[in-house]
Design a protein around this ligand. Structure first.
Ligand code: NAI
Ligand code: 15L
Length: 268
């Protein structure tokens, strides 16, 4: 994709993860310098990159990695249902450190990887908008709901703009029938992040991160101002997924609720 450089130095957290690796090459089109960070080693920086190893739970490290940054794509943190302690450190304490550092270093815009698990306890037959109240499906979803509220507070008080992107299922291909509704291709994820980084006025916006799938539970009309137009669709995988997966058990909560198996996971 041909994208104008919208920022001089862009910080990508969680750069070692699945989405971080998918975006590492793509986001170079959005900036002159791509600063990558993660708690795990990222190896040597390539041309146009800087590398920071930082635990989000370490306030000093997070403040250091924010110096000189124009905007942040925040993917770092616990990405599945896990025990409370790591979720607390990475997604709650870490989110606070990130926004305090952004405030101190006058960063004006953040794209936050929220999750569909903020609203995982809505039924699959229901279409929701960003105005519907959160119904988290576990500790992980709760931590993302906290992140959305925290970023709203930093917008209301300090004017830091944030797009809370409630990513559905972003993988190379949908893996099951649920993901035919929740799938977000990597290229559409990049289009969406680019729209969030370049739209003139972002404010504090919640947007569902999905491709142009025929079946959907999410209405993105409240976020039209961002200008995101998905170009991929799970529909091309539909026949193969139906052939390779069993008929769903309609009494199973993982089939009934948008969060899928997450509604049954975890230590609670
Ligand atoms: P991932 O688990 O592959 O990557 C997360 C990265 O965050 C890892 O590289 C990990 O080392 C890093 N990390 C974890 N704890 C950290 C800490 N305390 N300090 C610094 N870095 C830490 O997850 P993935 O799939 O790449 O997702 C990226 C983001 O997008 C996550 O925030 C996830 O919650 C969100 N998301 C992803 C979805 C998907 O379909 N891939 C769906 C919804 C949300
Ligand atoms: C998420 O929030 C997870 O990070 C990802 O690994 C997927 O499980 C996704 O949701 C999903 O709901 O499919």
């Amino acid at each position: 994709m041909n994208t104008p450089h919208s920022h001089h130095r862009l910080l990508l957290t969680g750069a070692a993860g699945g989405l971080g690796q998918a975006l590492r090459g793509r986001l170079k089109a959005n900036c002159q310098v791509l600063r990558l960070s993660d708690v795990v080693d990222l190896g040597a920086p390539q041309v146009g990159e800087e590398v920071f190893t930082a635990d989000l739970a370490d306030a000093a490290a997070v403040h250091s990695m924010m110096a000189g940054v124009d905007a942040v794509v925040h993917l770092g943190g616990v990405s599945t249902e896990q025990a409370w302690a790591p979720i607390l450190q990475a997604n709650i304490v870490g989110m606070y450190h990130l926004y305090e550092a952004a405030r101190e270093h006058r960063v004006r815009r953040v794209v936050f990887a929220s999750s569909n698990h903020v609203t995982g306890f809505y039924k699959q037959g229901q279409t929701i908008t960003a105005d519907d109240p959160p119904r988290p499906d576990g500790l992980y979803g709760l931590s993302k709901a906290f992140g959305e509220d925290l970023s709203r507070f930093y917008f209301d008080r300090y004017g830091i703009e944030t797009a809370c992107v409630r990513i559905g299922s972003s993988f190379p291909e949908p893996r099951d029938r649920r993901m035919l509704a929740s799938w977000l291709s990597y290229d559409d994820l990049h289009r969406l992040i680019t729209a969030c980084l370049t739209t003139p006025v972002l404010g504090h916006s919640i947007i569902f991160g999905m491709s142009n799938n025929a079946v959907t539970w999410w209405d993105n009309s409240r976020a039209r101002h961002i200008g995101y137009v998905p170009q991929d669709s799970s529909d091309v995988f539909r026949e193969r997924i139906y052939q390779s997966t069993a008929e769903p058990d309609l009494t199973d909560p993982a089939v009934q609720f948008q969060g899928g198996a997450f509604v049954k996971m975890g230590p609670l």
